[in-house]
Ligand binder design. Structure first.
Ligand SMILES: *[C@@H]1O[C@H](CO)[C@@H](O)[C@H](O)[C@H]1NC(C)=O
Ligand SMILES: *[C@@H]1O[C@H](CO)[C@@H](O)[C@H](O)[C@H]1NC(C)=O
Ligand SMILES: *[C@@H]1O[C@H](CO)[C@@H](O)[C@H](O)[C@H]1NC(C)=O
Ligand SMILES: *[C@@H]1O[C@H](CO)[C@@H](O)[C@H](O)[C@H]1NC(C)=O
Ligand SMILES: *[C@@H]1O[C@H](CO)[C@@H](O)[C@H](O)[C@H]1NC(C)=O
Length: 356
């Protein structure tokens, strides 16, 4: 009886409420139009117009896929930054949401630090969910939560075994904000191996029962996802690779509405963390790679077939700060930049230093 109750609670159906794909992919994002003062990377994030004309954020007419990339055609002199892109959804998604991202290629290479993640505007209040993040020539994706103190990963039901769980405490104050992270055992979850396998899909469930992430390389993408079904039933997805049940981390306490973000920075607090860069790359992060003609960055791009957001069946979890009544959320969003700067930069430093 109890067992079936638990299963009932865990299986959930979601209906699509928003799609970012094809020619309109870039329509509803805010471009972070400033140098990287968030994670100290050696990049200038371009505004929407500049990013489009420099072809760093565009929809490839041949494939209808969105491309987000680092400038690989300019010669960058010493002391200068290289152009890149960081975009964040205009709207937020509340608890009871699920998002899928279907990608053909993820950015990699020495000095490259990409992420596909989300955070609440008043971070660390409201939390952060990192679905995809890695640096340099690492071979595994790292998934992570970052929160106020008191949230832990307890009794996860996930396919990654304890070998792949460096830290279970999600508090931003623990281990230099390492986050409660889970490494994907699958080495097709990052780098050249990801695109060689035809890319894949990440599904992030942000539910009252907890947060779960599934990763499916192309060959394993279920038809409910590959067929662009408007409904996803999580009971058909199997065991997630990473799971943080609400038992160890009360979702309503630690998590609020999330903006979803794609960004690529170079070096900075994580890719160039002491000892970490040298684990997979030669030379000096900035001097040997960022400076110069950019030929290193031909692989530093996201190729995205779609990003879709779903709400628990019968609900709509979209929160639009531009609509009246949500003005305070918008204010919080701009001031939040100051605090969430720490949200991403030290993700996993400790674990990666220890050679995961
Ligand atoms: C996916 O399905 C939705 C309706 O459920 C539709 O609006 C959208 O255009 C479809 N996308 C693609 C890429 O076929
Ligand atoms: C773990 O998740 C799987 C897939 O959702 C489910 O079949 C299984 O019953 C769960 N196990 C536990 C202990 O909850
Ligand atoms: C770009 O710089 C690299 C490293 O300095 C060099 O090997 C390569 O030949 C250069 N490419 C071009 C097209 O100048
Ligand atoms: C720049 O990167 C693209 C892939 O994004 C690649 O097709 C192109 O050849 C690269 N250009 C140079 C000059 O390396
Ligand atoms: C980054 O720069 C912007 C624009 O000057 C500023 O509003 C923001 O507060 C800065 N953020 C940090 C963390 O310094």
């Amino acid at each position: 009886m109890l067992g079936s109750l638990v299963l009932l609670v865990q299986a959930e159906t979601y209906d699509m409420v928003k799609e970012y794909a094809g020619t309109t992919f870039f329509n509803e994002w805010t471009f972070y139009d400033h140098f990287d003062n968030l994670t100290n990377g050696d990049v200038q994030f371009l505004g929407a117009t500049e990013a489009a004309s420099a072809k760093l954020a565009f929809v490839d007419p041949a494939t209808n896929h969105a491309i987000i990339k680092v400038d690989n055609t300019s010669t960058v002199p010493d002391q200068q930054k290289r152009n890149s892109v960081r975009i964040q959804t205009n709207v937020m998604f509340a608890i009871g949401s699920l998002w899928t991202v279907d990608m053909l290629h993820v950015p990699y290479g020495c000095s490259v630090w990409p992420a596909f993640w989300s955070h609440s505007p008043n971070w660390p209040t409201g939390g952060e969910i990192d679905t995809f993040e890695a640096v340099n020539l690492q071979t595994r994706n790292q998934m992570s939560l970052h929160t106020l103190p008191g949230c832990k990963q307890v009794s996860p039901n996930q396919s990654a075994n304890t070998t792949f769980i460096p830290n279970a405490d999600c508090s931003f104050q623990t281990n230099m904000n390492e986050g409660c992270n889970v490494l994907d055992p699958n080495t097709a979850s990052y780098g050249a191996a990801f695109s060689q396998a035809g890319g894949g899909v990440w599904i992030t469930e942000f539910a009252e029962t907890g947060i779960s992430i599934w990763f499916m390389p192309r060959a394993n993408v279920p038809s409910a996802v590959s067929s662009n079904s408007s409904t996803i039933d999580t009971s058909t997805l199997g065991t997630p690779v990473a799971n943080w049940p609400t038992g160890g981390c009360d979702m309503d306490t630690f998590f609020g509405p999330q903006n979803i973000i794609f960004d690529i920075t170079l070096c900075g607090d994580l890719a160039d963390a002491p000892g970490l860069f040298a684990q997979t790359c030669p030379g000096m992060c900035y001097e040997s790679w960022v400076v110069g003609n950019g030929s290193n960055y031909a692989t530093a791009y996201f190729e995205i077939a779609s990003m879709r957001v779903f709400s628990k069946t019968g609900t709509n979890t979209i929160i639009d700060p531009s609509k009246s009544g949500a003005a305070s959320a918008l204010t919080a969003s701009s001031s939040g930049l100051l605090v969430y700067v720490t949200g991403l930069f030290s993700v996993g430093i400790a674990s990666w230093l220890f050679g995961w």
